[in-house]
Design a protein around this ligand. Structure first.
Ligand code: HEC
Ligand SMILES: [Cu+2]
Length: 480
């Protein structure tokens, strides 16, 4: 988002000429704030003087997709989880309207942590279905603040998705940043296991025990992966507005491979610098800034890792641009690591070649061990994977259709959407550091199990594919 170069005197004209072009549009008794759905952020406010701003937010109860095949009735501010991003300026007088959709079954209200006054507006904004309430406040403290519903039972309204962020820009505006994104973590407590398909309902027991099935960015598993990954180019400054809606867990916001240059916790004007992980208790937010220097794919995660890999709190930042070998040289070696004096007996995965190639039975046996050490954590010991996260290898049409592709996946990893037995998975399988023998054995094992196609993979084929990854598909991993 670039700062608007147009001076103060031009501001009123700008608002008329470009409704929405700079965060506000002209309207009767004030200017109407432009709201945005995550991961978008409304445009910067062009350093205008403080004024009267009208914010209209609608509460709606909607059918929401938590994960592939998993539906949930979310309660929302603006129709999505998280709620729409509100952007005003320090000193603005905000005329706030809360509209509760006539189809709602619940009354709702709003507690804005940016408001100075009892309950942050909750007491005066209680709104029955089909009604609209309004109240006014001055945006006094600059910073990034959470808002949420505070109608009883409060925890349940928040657990159903009723939270969002409001930015109060400081009087002098924010420094220009090429990219701005809105990310919010939240938990879902359902009457099913993670990924269990169907229409799921809220679980009071799990919410009380603080054991969510889902911990996700922007309301759903996969909201920031594949085609929805965040993007930037080398040299650009990225500003993330990151919040935690909770309702229960403290988040540990992290991007793997990117140290944050500056982190402004809540409304602080003093940044923390060179931060690896940002602690975000429920009901808090931070502005996170960094410049991207090395191209590639960066995992965005809650560093509480079972939430990231098993409950959904995983996204992607894709950076394009020229390589930067001075900062990051990529892999510079890959060889078998043998303990000094080790023999084939103590390291059974490496075989005495004098005995000739392994029999298929030997390959399957060796592959079983590699599978339990390397693949099982994700694909599970019975090869059935975890719905919504890790695709099955047992009876996988994708695996059985193309042996060379399977070898390529084990060598190079896989990301982006992939359809296995009619279900789409969109996650990341890392490249695994295995020798050619290991890859041949583990795939021979996988093909020999669970009704799979019984193919045998020779180490020589693996070496050939390693030398020429994705040869057959012109250098790109084959898609669905
Ligand atoms: C860290 C977790 C993880 C590990 C470890 C892992 N995988 Fe995967 N694997 C995945 C994910 C996630 C996908 C789907 C990736 C996507 O959505 O693009 C996948 C996809 C696959 C696929 C293609 C889809 C299918 O179900 O047929 C194959 C084949 C596969 N993995 C084999 C293996 C083998 C063999 C190993 C062990 C040598 C292994 N994986 C280890 C996570 C993992
Ligand atoms: Cu509510």
């Amino acid at each position: 988002m670039l700062a608007c170069p147009i001076g103060r005197a031009w501001w009123p004209l700008m608002a008329l000429l470009l409704p929405g072009g700079a965060g506000l549009a002209a309207q009767g008794g004030g200017s109407r704030a432009v709201l945005a759905h995550a991961p978008a952020v409304p445009p910067a406010l062009a350093r205008r003087p403080p004024g009267r701003v009208v914010v209209r937010l609608e509460t709606r109860e909607v059918k929401h997709q938590l994960a592939d095949g998993v539906d949930y009735t979310a309660w929302t501010f603006g129709g999505q989880v998280p709620g729409q991003f509100i952007r005003v300026r320090e000193g603005d007088r905000v005329e706030f309207h809360l509209d509760n959709h006539p189809d709602s079954r619940m009354p709702h209200n709003i507690d804005l942590n940016a408001v100075t006054g009892p309950g942050g507006g909750a007491a005066v904004s209680f709104t029955a279905p089909g009604h609209s309430t309004s109240f006014e406040f001055q945006a006094r403290n600059p910073g990034l603040f959470v808002y949420h519903c505070a109608a009883v039972p409060v925890g349940m309204h928040v657990a159903n998705g009723m939270y969002g962020l409001m930015l109060v820009e400081p009087a002098g505006g924010l420094a220009p940043a090429r990219r701005e994104y809105y990310l919010m973590l939240g938990e879902f407590y359902t009457d099913g296991a993670f990924g269990e398909p169907g229409a799921r309902a809220f679980s009071w027991e799990k919410a009380l025990a603080e054991t969510p099935d889902y911990v996700v960015f922007n309301g759903a598993v996969g909201s920031l992966t594949g085609e929805r990954a965040l993007v930037a180019s080398v040299g650009e400054t990225v500003r993330l507005y990151v919040g935690n809606g909770g309702p229960n867990l403290t988040a540990s916001f992290h991007i793997s491979g990117e140290t944050f240059d500056r982190v402004y916790l809540g409304g602080s004007s003093q940044p923390l610098t060179n931060v690896e992980t940002v602690p975000l208790p429920p009901g808090s937010a931070a502005i996170v800034e960094f410049t991207v220097d090395v191209p590639g794919t960066y995992p965005i995660a809650d560093h509480a890792l079972f939430r990231a890999f098993n409950k959904g709190a995983l996204g992607t930042l894709r950076v394009d641009g020229p390589p930067a070998p001075a900062l990051y040289a990529g892999r510079t070696g890959d060889e078998v690591y043998l303990l000094e004096g080790a023999t084939a007996q103590v390291l059974p995965a490496v075989r005495d070649t004098a005995r000739g190639p392994k029999t298929v039975a030997e390959q399957v046996e060796a592959g079983r061990r590699i599978f339990s050490q390397t693949c099982q954590a994700c694909h599970q010991s019975d090869g059935r994977g975890i719905p919504g996260s890790f695709p099955p290898l047992a009876g996988s049409d994708f695996l059985n259709a193309d042996l060379r592709r399977a070898v390529g996946i084990v060598l190079n990893g896989l990301q982006g959407p992939v359809v296995v037995n009619g279900r789409t998975y969109n996650a990341v399988m890392p490249a695994l550091r295995l020798t050619d023998d290991n890859v041949a054995d583990v795939l021979t094992y996988v093909y020999s199990q669970w009704g799979n196609a019984g193919k045998v993979v020779a180490p020589a084929l693996v070496s050939q594919i390693r030398l020429c990854p994705w040869c057959e598909t012109g250098g790109r991993p084959p898609g669905p």
